[in-house]
Ligand binder design. Structure first.
Ligand code: ADP
Length: 161
């Protein structure tokens, strides 16, 4: 069974992430979407909340599992039997950093490869941080976020004001 891991911050999951998840789930037998702890980011949603939001928007996808981890991605992938890391590539700005991470992960765990799915054009400009900024100005979020999580994001923004 080919297991792929899709790691990220998902703070919160966007339509761009969901597009990558759906496409990767069609390619691999099983896709584990893993919310990674990133000490350098100050997330709006806790690890558990981000995991719950992801579980909510992927519940129709039978071969997708949502998990979270506070360990090295290469170690996590080995522990879970993953052979491929899936990443989404938006524009050239993502490339250098992603290329470096792919090489490092392969060095640490040589049986692990990274595959990139290019972003679809309508999501090229989309990031969690952009969405949070727009939400703060009351912009309509339907083109950016899965419908089921929009109330959660609006509520969190409201609580932060
Ligand atoms: P961000 O906070 O920038 O949205 P994440 O760490 O949550 O980033 O992203 C996890 C993975 O999803 C990364 O590989 C990132 O390149 C990819 N990704 C994020 N947004 C998009 C998008 N709109 N289209 C395609 N891939 C994306």
């Amino acid at each position: 069974m080919k297991i792929a891991i899709y790691p990220g911050s998902f703070d919160p999951v966007t339509n761009g992430h969901l597009n990558i998840i759906r496409r990767a789930a069609n390619i691999f037998d099983k896709l584990i979407v893993c919310v990674m702890v990133n000490a350098s980011k100050h997330p709006m949603f806790s690890l558990e909340e981000r995991t719950e939001l992801l579980s909510r928007v992927t519940r129709d996808l039978a071969n997708v599992e949502v998990d979270y981890a506070d360990e090295l991605l290469a170690t996590y992938a080995k522990r879970r039997g993953g052979c491929v890391i899936v990443k989404g590539l938006r524009a050239t700005s993502d490339f250098e950093n992603e290329f470096q991470m792919a090489l490092i992960n392969h060095k640490i765990n040589p049986s692990l490869d990274t595959m990139f799915l290019t972003s679809e054009h309508q999501y090229m400009y989309l990031s969690s941080s952009t969405v949070k900024e727009l939400a703060g100005y009351g912009v309509e979020l339907r083109d950016f976020l899965p419908e089921e999580i929009i109330p959660d994001v609006k509520q969190r923004i409201q609580n932060m004001k």
